[in-house]
Write a new protein. Structure first.
Length: 202
């Protein structure tokens, strides 16, 4: 698992910020290699999109990776080919990653970093799981802050209800096998298990 400094907005900044994780900082968990490996594979084998219905653009930590995934998905779902050539025009005027690397050039590099096709769904699941962990961290931090600073007129039950609602939404998105008949309590239990795993560092 890799960590990046808060406020990162480009792949270039992310690459320059990868260091040994500090257990006392608040950097969110992410994995650039997994994101690059999956995107490269997707640009080679467009039909992979059908194997990862649980993956969303917001699951990608890097903003550029989110844009690439979303644009590739739009092309694929419209019956068109998504690869470095067909995506080039979309990103021609995008802000360069650094002084020596444009986004169209980076698209070509992604293909060279593609994981093998059979591993792509596992890479996608890792990306989604790390996104869920980031959301769990955010929900926990928001709860702590709200509990400390909210007015005494705000009952604890209201804070609990709001947190449960956010956990339920997260569980629905993150658990691919979740059914439409899953009860609120079952979904909350799944989310609680995820939170416990984060606390244990798993």
């Amino acid at each position: 698992m890799q960590y990046a400094t808060p406020g990162m907005s480009s792949i270039g900044k992310a690459l320059s910020a990868i260091t040994a994780p500090d257990p006392f900082d608040n950097a969110p968990p992410f994995n650039l290699d997994a994101e690059q490996g999956f995107l490269g594979a997707l640009l080679l084998w467009n039909d992979l999109i059908e194997d990862v219905p649980f993956l969303a653009g917001d699951d990608f930590f890097d903003a550029l990776h989110r844009s690439i995934f979303e644009m590739a998905g739009e092309l694929i779902r419209s019956g068109k080919r998504a690869d470095p050539v067909t995506l080039k025009t979309t990103f021609t005027n995008a802000e360069p990653i650094d002084a020596n690397l444009s986004v169209p050039q980076y698209l070509g590099q992604l293909v060279t970093r593609a994981c093998i096709r059979a591993s792509a769904p596992a890479y996608a699941r890792l990306i989604a799981d790390l996104a869920a962990r980031r959301q769990l961290i955010l929900i926990g931090e928001d709860l702590v802050l709200t509990a400390r600073e909210s007015s005494a007129d705000v009952p604890p039950a209201a804070l609990i209800e709001e947190t449960e609602t956010r956990l339920f939404s997260l569980a629905q998105h993150n658990t691919a096998e979740i059914s439409t008949t899953l009860t609120f309590g079952e979904a909350a239990a799944k989310a609680d298990a995820m939170a416990a795993a984060v606390a244990r560092g798993e």
